[in-house]
Design a protein around this ligand. Structure first.
Ligand code: IMP
Ligand code: MG
Length: 178
């Protein structure tokens, strides 16, 4: 199905301003500590890199990958770990950094998985939160933007591997019948 990139939902300037605020909030909450940001591959790479630089303290960065989506725009509900951390998080203050929290399945799987490794604390920072789509309850500690039930691309987020390079967050338009 061919779908095209439509209107900008959140501009690069709005994203940058919000990432600065999130970094400041994390800076206040983690004063005197050195958190580990765990970015969820691949969608959260761009956000994680920006957030790392917005946090006014030394912070480590690592990544995990999970697969839950096929090539469509809806979660299959089945989550599988496909790449693991390279750091130990035992005793560390961990902040999971995710691009979109949708049904909540991916993040609750990750939270459970990371909790078994005995971090000192475990928090969640999501760039986008589709609150109206939630199927499992999730505590999100830091939210960039609450957005409606629309599929968005850009700023690292993809549709079938495409559009990650766009600097703004844009809505993916449904296919127009020929
Ligand atoms: P959940 O498990 O249903 O919460 O799905 C979360 C995952 O779905 C995220 O990690 C994203 O990779 C993906 N996802 C959900 N909505 C969007 C979107 O609008 N654009 C791009 N990816 C999305
Ligand atoms: Mg993702």
């Amino acid at each position: 199905m061919d779908r095209r990139v439509g209107r900008i939902l959140i501009s690069r300037d709005e994203i940058a301003a919000r990432v600065t605020e999130l970094g400041e909030a994390i800076g206040r909450d983690y004063a005197g500590r050195a958190p580990v940001l765990v970015g969820v591959l691949k969608g959260a790479v761009v956000f994680t890199a920006d957030l790392l630089r917005a946090i006014p303290m030394p912070a480590a960065m690592d990544f995990m990958a999970v697969s839950s989506y096929g090539s469509g725009t809806r979660s299959s509900g089945v989550v599988r770990l496909t790449a693991d951390l390279s750091l130990s998080i035992e005793g560390r203050d961990v902040i999971i950094v995710e691009d979109v929290i949708d049904s909540g399945r991916t993040i609750s799987y990750l939270r459970r998985n990371l909790a078994t490794r005995h971090p000192r604390s475990l928090a969640l920072c999501g760039l986008l939160d589709k609150v109206s789509r939630r199927e499992v309850e999730v505590d999100v500690d830091y939210v960039g933007f609450v957005i409606p039930d629309e599929f968005v691309v850009g700023y690292g987020l993809d549709y079938d591997g495409r559009h990650r390079e766009l600097p703004d967050l844009a809505v993916l338009e449904p296919a127009v019948p020929a």
